[in-house]
Ligand binder design. Structure first.
Ligand SMILES: *Cc1c(COP(=O)(O)O)cnc(C)c1O
Length: 338
């Protein structure tokens, strides 16, 4: 597999603060694969990105924080639901860069200081609540806080929920290059990369990268948060915008955007029985911890698709482990057992 050098060249001219440990491991999960039955399975360990408890958000933050530093920002603002991995990772990165951190959470102040929220408090972020349980209430509130800070003479840098913009999504364009090199070195020809999709930055970046490299890989997301049609639209628009920002042809087709539905369960962040079963399977076959909000539900989708024959025995899948383990330490955890 040969990588087009012109893309590589362009790639390295974008400001990026090194934070993670790259490349993250790509390992075969043969015990998990044989338990599921069907396709060959590898796991890309982006739970092990290595900074601030890791996970997928670190990749985008290397670019976002570089832009914040270039703009001489003194404060980073982002937001989401209180157990957000993105907020935890962003706070760790902002602190490391010597900036103040303002976090906007949907809902009302929490009684239990646990999981990611505990880590954000430990990192010393200033925390605000919108008072509205709807997570989209965070978006205008971030703008209000930024305006307030500017008025007080600060230089805020606002990061949207999930870091899902054209800068943040560059993290997974880079990951596509990294994965292409690993697959070439390890002699793997994946048919599909399978991942959990939330705010869409990960799938959009990965798709843009895979497309730009001309790789014959399907990029398949299982939505764990938003309605599937909204996710397809967002991924297509963001991936095209990312290609444009890299001066690459914006010639993605909507058919390249593959998003599966059916594994969210009662709602975002609420554990499901299939998700819990998938988490147990990964733990007990590979010693790998998944999370209930994202990776557990995505692996539940992969398992169901394999068992329905939608992934074939001769295929090779790479499951992208995007992190999220702090959610295992929220509440009493009885949902995790049979
Ligand atoms: C944010 C997140 C995702 C989803 O990534 P998006 O870019 O928001 O679609 C998947 N897994 C984990 C653990 C996450 O924190």
């Amino acid at each position: 597999m040969k990588l087009p050098e012109s893309h590589e060249l362009q790639w390295h001219s974008i400001p990026r603060v090194p934070l993670g440990f790259w490349p993250t491991p790509l390992k075969e999960a043969s015990r998990l694969a044989s338990t599921i039955g069907g396709p060959k399975l590898w796991i890309k360990r982006d739970d092990l990105t290595g900074f601030g408890f890791g996970g997928n958000k670190i990749r985008g933050l290397e670019f976002l924080i570089a832009e914040a530093l270039a703009q001489q920002a003194d404060t980073v603002i982002t937001g989401a639901g209180a157990q957000s991995n993105s907020v935890r990772a962003t706070t760790a990165v902002a602190v490391h860069a010597g900036m103040n951190m303002v976090v906007v959470y949907s809902g009302t102040p929490l009684d239990n200081i646990e999981g990611n929220y505990r880590l954000v408090r430990l990192l010393g972020a200033e925390v605000r609540f919108t008072g509205d349980p709807d997570r989209s209430s965070v978006d205008p509130y971030i703008e209000t806080c930024a305006a307030e800070l500017r008025r007080d003479g600060h230089r805020p840098y606002a990061i949207p929920r999930g870091g899902a913009n054209t800068i943040g999504a560059l993290g997974y364009v880079q990951a596509a290059y990294e994965l292409a090199q690993q697959c070439a070195a390890q002699n793997i020809s994946p048919d599909a990369i399978v991942l959990a999709t939330g705010s869409c930055g990960t799938q959009a970046g990965l798709l843009a990268g895979v497309h730009a490299l001309g790789l014959p890989w399907r990029v398949e997301g299982f939505t764990v948060s938003r309605p599937v049609e909204e996710v397809r639209t967002r991924i297509y628009a963001l991936a095209q915008a990312v290609l444009g920002s890299l001066d690459l042809p914006q010639n993605l087709t909507p058919q390249e955007v593959v998003v599966h539905d059916g594994f969210i369960g009662p709602g975002y962040g609420i554990p499901t029985a299939e998700g819990a079963a998938a988490i147990r399977l990964a733990a007990r076959s590979e010693g790998i911890f998944l999370d209930p909000t994202y990776t557990g539900k995505a692996l539940a989708g992969l398992i169901a698709y394999a068992q329905r024959g939608l992934y074939r025995d001769h295929e090779t899948l790479i499951f992208l482990h995007t992190g999220g383990e702090p959610a295992l330490f929220v509440g009493e955890g009885s949902w995790l057992y049979e």
